[in-house]
Design a protein around this ligand. Structure first.
Ligand SMILES: [Zn+2]
Length: 179
């Protein structure tokens, strides 16, 4: 699929180009919060060979991947917006994005990754609270599954993978702070 909609207006084209696909403001806010909390991480991380999408933030050792999804590009239910100009093109494009997200989630989960997806509209502190809890959980799992000695034939148990969209998912109303 072409990257730029055909015969698009200058306005649409400009908007398209201005949409940073990474290092977005919400993502940067999350990164700053984590950094200030002493959490170290990698950004824009290639995860597994079968998945083209890169995680916005990830911890390979813990197999934890974080995506901060843009409301427009990933079809947030609270802020879904279908452009009218080139409507068919946009619908196909955005629906393909969502399909790719779900495939990414599935493949990663199958390989033992925990996937956290957040919407860009979510509260930074709440998002980071979820992330740090997931990191703690991954550490606890690793500590529990790490064999005391390497016995012949022992293998680490696969870590519990899964996909969580923990805050604001399918919310109908405004989503803000989560207690
Ligand atoms: Zn949204």
């Amino acid at each position: 699929m072409d990257l730029i909609p055909p015969a698009s207006s200058a306005v649409v084209r400009r908007r398209f180009e201005q949409q940073a696909r990474r290092d977005t403001a919400p993502e940067m806010a999350v990164r700053r919060w984590l950094h200030a909390a002493g959490v170290r991480y990698r950004v824009d991380v290639r995860l597994v060979p079968q998945v083209r999408s890169r995680a916005d933030i990830a911890w390979r050792g813990r197999k934890l991947a974080v995506f901060v999804d843009g409301c427009f590009w990933h079809c947030c239910p609270a802020h879904q917006h279908w452009p009218t100009a080139n409507g068919d093109w946009w619908r196909a494009k955005l629906e393909a994005n969502v399909r790719r997200d779900r495939r990414t989630d599935r493949v990663l989960a199958e390989q033992g990754w925990t996937v956290l997806r957040f919407w860009e509209h979510q509260d930074t502190a709440a998002v980071c609270g979820e992330i740090t809890r997931a990191l703690d959980g991954a550490d606890a799992r690793r500590a529990a599954t790490r064999p005391a000695r390497c016995l012949p034939g022992t293998r680490p148990r696969p870590s519990a993978g899964g996909v969580r969209r923990t805050i604001g998912h399918r919310s109908e109303g405004p989503v803000g702070s989560i207690s």
